[in-house]
Design a protein around this ligand. Structure first.
Ligand code: FAD
Length: 605
């Protein structure tokens, strides 16, 4: 029996059925990355929710390289003779190589965990290669690769893979698309059982963990502890309610898991292999930081991108962005920023999260800037881009902190909305983000009260949203009104809304309060940076002579576009004074700042 035979028929890669269409001469023979429809059923049975549409067709997961391309791929690797049963990598291994199979065959196996037996997820024959997106993200391996039939493999190290991506457009396109397609397929296959997350459906800690896993596109399976599937999974893994949320992986179980602990286990926290200073460190991976990372890395700068939470920023909290240039049908913020993450990785940027910057030494030491991270690590860089955006404002109400993540949300995406589907919800705010959230939640069957403090909903909101809200049968707009009281047990159950015109207060059921009342600049970790009265960072022409210290006289230049009063430190996006607070503006600023970063670095040399 061959490895291909072992895979369910439905699991064969789509191209396999097309036979001769792909049988042009070439070294490559079939490679199959399994997709199991059973897993989709399992997901559906405990409301795991829809997976997004694949970014690339899954058919590109198994490319067939012609002789010449395959030979080129081999030149990036180092040969290794193999024998049946040899293990080429195993779960937990760090910095693994892309494995190119020249002779013989290998299989990729999801090893057993407490509740699921081992399963083969891919079989790779001569002409194929083994690897998926973690080759670029730096995530530790979660699968095992074993030789089925001895022969020769070529190992392409992470460093050599980066060179391939940078130097060979044709090969890099094929390999990169295959890595992405495999991540999509693996997420839908039995491989997802390599990481199982279990938690209470409406717990804030579980939501934080799932948000992190979703934003990092981690291959995983979610179990709601209140469902029979969740209970069964907890029982077989020996977990109690006190252990939740928990993550079960081959050989490891994280109890009371946090995004930080998970990132540490997966190797996604910040690590630096080189002792050389970084060219540019970007703090904040929202649209502005991501754009800076894409442009920095693509223009050859050694680029590090950090985020205290995960990638995506505020934009990832938006269920539908309709005004972003080039997407006439709109797209979710998570989709948009997820694409940018892949682009940054492709160009070789190093991404790390959760990874919070807590201090920036602004006295340049030997021309380097030193950034301090929460765990005590430091990063020395030639330039720093601050793209920390803004933090959501809360209402000053008793019990607000109790319900954050447990009925009070600052985002309206699938993850937050799931617990509220069909139940009454309250959206607070009068700007576009509140309008979008109200429409999204109403579209999922909730009766929505949109609570606006001002007299007129049209004062701050775009006309297209106002028109849709006013005619929506499940949206009630309540102007000159405020939420004045919260009630519930462990979760929010009821809100009181006071109508200031009628001076009347009414309590009503509420499964979710979605709060969009603006944000404060995330600058509390910075000292010595010139800001406006509102706390947003001033740059270039916004700076006065009084803001510029003696360093500038030595440098003999004025601040470059987006440069702050500290030479080599830039500020872009929502954190920047006077910014437009829109995705397009943030990405524009992030990309443009890189031109200034080049110039600033040149003045150091
Ligand atoms: C619900 C919602 C809907 C929206 N809809 C739209 C829309 O339709 N169209 C539109 O154009 N705009 C929209 N916006 C606004 C848009 O999302 C923002 O303007 C944009 O995200 C700003 O990007 P940014 O990169 O500057 O900052 P942010 O997106 O705020 O990202 C900043 C990042 O920095 C990180 N960070 C903060 N402090 C630190 C630290 N000390 N260390 C490390 N990391 C840190 C944060 O975790 C965050 O990920 C919406 C916003 C929201 C909240």
């Amino acid at each position: 029996m061959t490895a291909m035979d072992e895979l369910p028929r439905a699991a064969a890669a789509p191209w396999a059925a097309r036979g001769s269409m792909f049988s042009q001469p070439g070294l490559a023979r079939p490679v199959a990355w399994a997709t199991s429809h059973d897993l989709d059923r399992l997901r559906a049975s405990h409301a795991r929710g829809r997976l997004g549409k694949p970014l690339v067709p899954t058919s590109v997961s198994s490319p067939r390289l012609g002789d010449e391309l395959f030979a080129r791929l081999l030149t990036y690797g180092t040969p290794q003779e193999t024998h049946r049963g040899d293990v080429l990598f195993r779960p937990g291994d760090e910095d693994v190589d892309l494995i190119v199979v020249d002779r013989g065959s290998v299989e990729v196996v999801r090893t057993e965990t407490a509740d699921v037996p081992a399963a083969t997820v891919a079989a790779v024959d001569a002409g194929g290669f083994v690897g998926e997106l973690n080759l670029l993200t730096g995530q530790n391996v979660y699968l095992l690769c074993r030789v089925r039939e001895g022969g020769t493999v070529y190992r392409v190290s992470p460093e050599r893979l980066r060179q391939l991506m940078a130097n060979d457009v044709e090969l890099s396109d094929i390999v990169f698309k295959a890595l992405i397609a495999r991540r999509e397929l693996l997420q839908r296959s039995t491989a997802a059982q390599a990481m199982e997350i279990v938690g209470a459906g409406r717990s804030a800690a579980a939501l934080a963990l799932r948000t992190y896993a979703a934003r990092q596109r981690l291959i995983h399976l979610w179990f709601d502890a209140d469902t029979p599937a969740g209970q069964a999974m907890m029982e077989s893994s020996g977990l109690t309610e006190d252990d939740l949320p928990a993550v079960v992986m081959p050989g490891a179980t994280l109890k009371q898991a946090t995004p930080g602990a998970l990132a540490e286990k997966l190797g996604l926290s910040y690590r630096r292999s080189s002792t050389k200073p970084v060219d540019v460190t970007i703090v904040g991976a929202g649209p502005a930081g991501l754009a800076a990372a894409v442009y920095g890395a693509s223009e050859g700068l050694d680029t590090v991108l950090l985020d205290a939470v995960g990638t995506g920023g505020q934009a990832a909290a938006s269920s539908r962005i309709e005004n972003y240039f080039g997407f006439p049908f709109g797209l979710s913020g998570a989709d948009l920023t997820g694409r940018a993450v892949l682009q940054a990785l492709k160009f070789g940027a190093q991404l790390a999260s959760p990874c919070q910057a807590v201090k920036l030494d602004t006295d340049r030491n030997g021309d380097l800037l030193r950034l301090h991270l929460q765990g005590g690590e430091v990063i020395d860089s030639k330039a720093v881009v601050i793209a920390t955006g803004a933090r959501y404002r809360a209402l000053p109400l008793e019990r607000w902190p109790d319900f954050e993540g447990a009925g009070i949300y600052y985002a309206a995406t699938e993850l937050e909305a799931r617990g509220c589907t069909g139940s009454p919800v309250t959206v607070v705010g009068g700007a576009n983000s509140a309008g979008q959230a109200a429409l999204y939640l109403a579209g999922r069957g909730s009766e929505v009260s949109l609570v606006v403090r001002g007299l007129d909903i049209a004062a701050e909101m775009s006309a297209y949203l106002v028109d849709r809200l006013l005619v929506h049968p499940r949206v009630t707009v309540r102007c000159r009104s405020e939420v004045t009281r919260l009630d519930g047990g462990d979760f929010l159950e009821e809100v009181s809304i006071t109508d200031r015109t009628a001076d009347a207060t009414q309590a009503q059921p509420c499964a979710g309060l979605f709060c969009f009342i603006g944000a404060e600049p995330a600058t509390d970790w910075l000292t010595g940076i010139a800001t406006g009265d509102d706390g947003f960072i001033r740059t270039d022409v916004q700076l006065t002579d009084d803001d510029l210290g003696p360093d500038w006289a030595t440098l003999g230049r004025r601040p470059l576009p987006f440069e702050t009063n500290i030479p080599g430190v830039f500020a872009v996006g929502d954190v920047h004074s006077g910014s437009m607070k829109r995705v397009a503006a943030a990405t524009g600023e992030g990309a443009s700042a890189i031109a200034s970063v080049h110039k600033a670095i040149a003045t150091l040399a």
